[in-house]
Design a protein around this ligand. Structure first.
Ligand code: NAD
Length: 578
């Protein structure tokens, strides 16, 4: 069954759709407007991604991460909504770069929606060709969870940032950031989690941000404490707080490159330096120095070439600033925005990679055990449903102290944006029944839905940054032990096996986090509606999905992954034959 193509005349520049205005986020409650909960979950998650409380620029369909969009144009958004409302229980909707392109009869246990975003063939897989196609309305940048309808606001990244900084605290300090000053930049959709993640680890954060509205937003939602445009004032307050061992965060309204040079002029060396500006995209993500946001936006429109050049020049100064602080003793790491790759490519600067990425530094040991960020949203819209899931985590994993601390802090400090949701890191480790951590959790939640302890179904999904779902040589697969950083068979296998396992939505994207041509990654959703079918799907998907992390890292020769495979009885044919 085909879907009509949306007209080329409508684009993201057009006025937002009336249907979107009517929704203003996901519909909540126990009544469905689709044929079933699996389709309803897809519709609610799409609208949740575009909730004005959740998305960074919903009126442009931009969810987060530079230009990461949920649909290609407003016309396409409307077409997707219509398709989801009508989709029967035995058909599968195909979405290509934010456009509903077809619908086929499949079967009830097949995914309801399959998504491919931003993918290009190797030789053409670059921003230049992408932008040409984008200008003609033929492709869309899906980022990671933007185009796969799994974004849940800043909380999504919060726990990952919290975990990374906690690991940094364990490796470099006395297990805490108390008394330490972390310097960073970028308070956007993801980067906005940094100040709160630092204070949750008891430290002090100074974050530069060019767009004052973004700082305001982080303050309004409790992610950042104060703002100033005066660097001296920010430094004084930060030092005072650090000396007193107090938690403190401040957004400094200035360009990151100027900010780091300002620190150097003042002879200030922080304990840690990193960055989460949208450096992966020099045209539409990163801001060149010397302009206000409005002036820079104008320059981009009028003279994109000059914008690009100046943006890259600022990025080089920004990287130089990080390198200088590292040289003087600060712990430096890249936080997954490809700023090192950009500077290396534009200026042939090998030394841009003199500071490590955060994955090899702090995350890979967890990936080896299939552990990664796993998230769920209460489709009822009722925060109590999420609190019930928090209790399930406490009941199921009483021995995981870090996880329980996270759940307590999350309950205390996180304001829900859009559908109430929660994120935590669980992995593959199996129990005596062969159930993985993620499967145990999902099955318990499915029971709660069946028993009415939770009001409506819960959708479980995850970041594309996960143990076995991504190939990204400057980020998740940087410096793999066997040199397979750029091998993209793994994410493809991840998507295929999760389709085979019957996930409800499966997606494959190019370029998330680090920009077009630099990564391939996948995602999936499972809708826990209390049925036996949902339980079977959960058991399968939450084995195959984290299991991919174990076999990918075992194949690369990581001992932790080989041990995890042995302990959990994962079949690795080549190893099993030895
Ligand atoms: P975003 O586009 O929502 O926000 C980026 C912010 O940076 C904006 O607020 C922008 O005003 C600011 N900015 C841009 N250039 C600046 C400059 N020169 N100086 C100061 N501020 C500047 O993006 P986001 O979702 O917050 O993601 C930020 C980056 O981090 C992206 O590159 C993303 O891919 C990467 N990222 C990494 C991870 C990870 O795995 N650790 C997770 C999420 C995002």
């Amino acid at each position: 069954m085909g879907t009509e193509h949306a007209s080329e005349s409508l684009s993201v520049e057009d006025d937002p759709s009336e249907i979107w205005r009517e929704y203003q986020g996901a519909r909540t409650g126990t009544e469905v407007e689709c044929e079933g909960w699996r389709q309803e979950a897809a519709l609610r998650m799409l609208n949740n991604n575009l909730d004005p409380e959740v998305a960074e620029k919903p009126e442009e369909l931009v969810v987060y991460g530079g230009t990461g969009r949920a649909a290609r144009s407003w016309d396409d958004y409307e077409a997707i909504v219509k398709e989801l409302r009508e989709l029967p229980d035995d058909e599968t909707l195909l979405v290509q770069s934010g456009r509903a392109v077809g619908r086929f009869q499949t079967h009830e246990r097949a995914p309801r929606v399959l998504i491919a975003n931003s993918n290009l063939v190797g030789k053409w897989d670059n921003w230049e060709h992408f932008h040409e196609l984008e200008a003609e309305g033929k492709i869309m940048y899906g980022q990671m969870t933007a185009g796969s309808w799994a974004y849940i606001g800043t909380q999504g990244i919060l726990q990952g940032t919290y975990e990374t900084l906690a690991e940094l605290g364990r490796q470099e300090f006395d297990g805490t950031l108390s008394g330490k000053i972390v310097v960073t930049a970028g308070l956007g959709g993801m980067g906005g989690a940094q100040p709160l993640a630092v204070t949750m680890n008891d430290g002090v954060c100074i974050a530069a941000e060019v767009d004052e509205k973004r700082i305001d937003r982080r303050i309004e939602t409790g992610y950042c404490m104060e703002k100033t445009a005066d660097l001296d004032e920010a430094l004084d307050r930060a030092k005072e707080a650090a000396e007193a061992g107090e938690r403190y965060s401040v957004g400094v309204h200035m360009n990151a490159a100027d900010f780091l040079e300002g620190l150097a002029e003042r002879g200030f060396v922080p304990d840690v330096v990193t960055d989460q500006t949208s450096a992966h995209d020099e045209l539409e993500g990163y801001y060149p120095s010397g302009y206000t946001v409005e002036e820079a936006d104008e320059l981009r429109e009028e003279d994109p070439e000059t914008y690009r050049e100046e943006s890259l020049e600022t990025m080089e100064r920004h990287v130089d600033g990080i390198l200088a602080l590292q040289e003087q003793g600060a712990i430096a790491f890249e936080y997954g925005n490809n700023i090192r790759g950009q500077v290396k490519q534009a200026f042939d600067r090998e030394d841009a990679f003199d500071f490590p990425g955060f994955v090899p530094a702090y995350i890979r040991p967890m990936f080896c055990r299939g552990k990664g960020p796993f998230r769920w949203a209460a489709l009822s819209g009722n925060p109590e449903d999420i609190h019930r899931t928090d209790e399930a985590i406490r009941e199921l994993f009483p021995e995981k102290e870090g996880l329980l601390r996270w759940i307590d802090l999350a309950q205390e400090r996180i304001e829900f944006q859009g559908l109430p949701s929660r994120v935590c890191w669980l992995g593959f480790d199996t129990d005596e029944d062969g159930l993985t951590e993620r499967a145990r959790f999902a099955l318990r939640i499915n029971e709660f839905v069946a028993e009415g302890q939770i009001e409506a179904p819960v959708v479980v999904t995850r970041d594309h940054l996960d143990a076995g779902s991504v190939a990204s040589p400057n980020r998740e697969t940087e410096a793999m032990k066997d040199g397979t950083d750029a091998v993209a068979d793994w994410p493809i296998l991840n998507a295929l096996v999760n389709c085979a396992a019957g996930a409800d939505i499966v997606s494959v994207h190019d370029g998330g986090g680090v920009g077009i041509g630099n990564s391939l990654h996948t995602n999936n959703h499972v809708v826990l509606d209390g049925s036996e079918q949902a339980a079977e799907t959960a058991r399968r998907v939450f084995t195959t999905d984290p299991g991919m992390g174990v076999i990918r890292h075992a194949d690369a020769g990581y001992e932790e992954a080989l041990d995890a495979a042995d302990e959990s009885g994962v079949a690795i044919p080549t190893r099993d034959r030895q």
